[in-house]
Write a protein that binds this ligand. Structure first.
Ligand code: ARG
Length: 577
């Protein structure tokens, strides 16, 4: 254990047990960073009442019982009963040295590992993959990277919208324009145009409408020729999705596709089982679950409709089948749904209904990781000027072009410049999505995300490139910068202390499903490094050999923390910038 906050918490709890008896050893020590010391423990204030003693007296008793060992340099009671704790320099230096030698830079393993199902990306084949899906894709992918790095068994599920009545008209339109044309259009990502053309015919041409109706029936019946056409349509569409994933450097593959169509054969049984268990009842001709606690505006119980009165199944039916499959067949301990915040009620009701049915036991957690809407500069849903949704490949191309323009003056040859521009452009878009809390709305703004200052992708990438350039200039390989670490200057101490917190940040981000915590931490780390680098010359001639070795070791540890962190976020790292 290298995280000072955790070490501290453990020691304070031991002291609580020693001072007041074992029933107090479990109290939260309430450790916070402090202005006056490294940390403060506020537990005395909360325990005073329970102990019927003055808070300062309680704090003093803890201080007296605290085994400072070689960890703490100073423990002081202050104010109404805070415990101010200063770590010893030698302990920090030793922990920093250990973290440097640790290939995982202080990130532990979840014990026991969990099976985590992560439902993310999930674009719809009948519509365009839009910026909303971009964000669920990017946030979801960083979560799977972190969960996997922590040793969990992660199962990605790309719940594609690849089924439903709209496939009747999509397939008939495919026949009208011919297979090669359809494939070309879909692969190019023009699903929106394709759908609109099909829809227009459906609305104006009764013959086409009738054909589409019949096609829905043959699709549902599993007719081989119709299935062949459906596959043709989906393959071309997925090829476009894969192109976007590839550009983004997202870890989803075809093996992770588990779209709505996959659950189609299970839907009748899903409904039958819920009805037989008495969880679902017929209401106005439809089969519904009324999970407790959900009421509409009129105070009437709110239904989750799992079979419409015409016998058709819907989005909720599929999600009921999916949650059962994920628990029973995939053996999930935890299921994350990285999906738009506007679907919050849907998921609350699915989880409640699944609990009611006994399909989601208390031992399994189901969480909706709500994704906030991406807004345009006008504060409305992000669109092009003409009001259409923005094509993702165009958006990503523009990010790369702008990045290329931003580094034009730096004198790179064309190939290098293209490579850096790609990493910077894509990294900027991804980091912008990750650095704000996932449920907040935010304005998509190229200028801000591509800025080299502030909590942005380019700033973080630049921070790593700058450290690499120190090593290049010094003719040292970061792997050879093994210290030992000496903490003579406050800026060295601050940096070392900051670096010790990395493991806990990754664990918390994975547990809470909040990648923005990692961004905030990395940004703070880069800023702490900047101060260190301003105050503490590394390569200058007058720097003594041992100091130089120590500072290079701090540079190497910073580099590995920043690089590991960015990799876990899924943000590419150019070697130089
Ligand atoms: N395709 C859906 C959409 O674009 C998202 C699916 C999310 N996952 C799920 N299990 N419902 O809104």
């Amino acid at each position: 254990m290298t995280d000072p906050q955790l070490v501290l918490a453990e020691r304070v709890q031991q002291a609580l047990g020693t001072a007041f008896g074992s029933e107090y050893a479990g109290a939260d020590p309430l450790i916070r960073p402090s202005q006056f010391a490294d940390y403060q423990a506020n537990v005395a204030l909360s325990l005073a009442k329970r102990l019927r003693r003055a808070p300062r007296e309680v704090a003093q008793a803890i201080a007296d019982a605290l085994d400072a060992g070689d960890v703490f340099a100073k423990v002081e009671v202050s104010g109404p009963g805070f415990l101010n704790i200063t770590l010893s320099d030698s302990w920090i230096a030793e922990q920093a040295g250990r973290t440097l030698a640790d290939p995982r830079s202080g990130v532990g393993q979840t014990t026991p590992p969990q099976t985590v199902v992560v439902d993310y990306s999930a674009p719809n084949a009948a519509k365009e993959m839009h910026v909303g899906h971009l964000r669920t894709t990017i946030v979801g992918d960083s979560l799977v990277r972190m969960l996997e790095h922590l040793g969990n068994r992660v199962i990605r599920q790309n719940h594609l919208g690849d089924w439903g009545t709209q496939f009747g008209l999509l397939i008939e339109h495919l026949l009208d324009i011919g297979e090669p044309n359809a494939i070309a259009q879909l692969q190019a990502g023009e699903t929106n145009e394709y759908y609109q053309a099909a829809r227009a015919k459906f609305d104006s041409d009764p013959v086409f409408k009738e054909r589409s109706r019949r096609r829905v029936a043959t699709l549902q019946g599993g007719d081989p020729e119709t299935m062949r056409l459906w596959h043709l349509f989906m393959d071309a569409t997925v090829r476009y999705f894969n192109k976007v994933y590839d550009t983004l450097g997202v870890t989803l593959t075809d093996d992770d596709i588990a779209g709505e169509s996959m659950y189609n054969p299970m839907l009748a049984e899903t409904c039958a089982d819920l009805e037989a268990a008495g969880v679902a009842v017929i209401s106005e001709g439809a089969l519904c679950v009324f999970p407790p606690g959900f009421t509409g505006s009129d105070d009437k119980p709110l239904p989750l409709i799992i079979r419409k009165s015409d016998g058709g199944y819907g989005y909720a039916t599929t999600d009921m089948a999916a949650i059962r499959y994920r628990v029973r067949d995939l053996k999930a301990d935890r299921i994350l749904y990285v999906v738009g915040a506007d679907q919050s009620l849907h998921f609350q009701m699915i989880f409640a209904a699944a609990r009611q049915a006994g399909w989601l036991p208390d031992s399994v957690s189901a969480e909706h990781t709500q994704i906030g809407m991406m807004l345009g500069a006008d504060g409305r849903r992000f669109r092009t000027r003409s009001g259409e949704s923005v094509k993702l490949t165009d958006l990503l191309d523009e990010a790369v072009e702008r990045a290329s323009a931003a580094i034009a003056e730096r004198g790179y040859d064309e190939a290098t410049r293209a490579e850096i521009a790609r990493a910077v452009g894509i990294g900027a878009v991804k980091y912008a999505d990750l650095s704000v809390s996932h449920d907040s709305e935010y304005i998509f703004d190229f200028d801000r995300m591509l800025s080299f200052a502030g909590n942005t992708g380019p700033y973080m990438q630049y921070a790593t490139a700058r450290i690499r350039s120190i090593f290049r200039k010094g003719g040292v390989d970061p792997a050879d910068a093994t210290g030992p670490i000496l903490l003579d200057e406050p800026a060295e101490r601050d940096l070392a202390l900051q670096l010790l917190g990395f493991g806990t940040v990754i664990e918390n981000a994975a547990t809470l499903a909040e990648p923005h915590r990692v961004c905030a931490y990395l940004f703070e780390t880069a800023s702490t490094f900047t101060t260190f680098y301003e105050k503490c010359p590394v390569l200058r001639d007058d720097v003594p050999e041992a100091t130089r070795a120590s500072r290079l070791a701090l540079c190497a540890l910073t580099l590995s923390v920043l690089a590991t962190g960015l990799t876990l976020l899924g943000v590419p790292i150019p070697e130089r910038m």
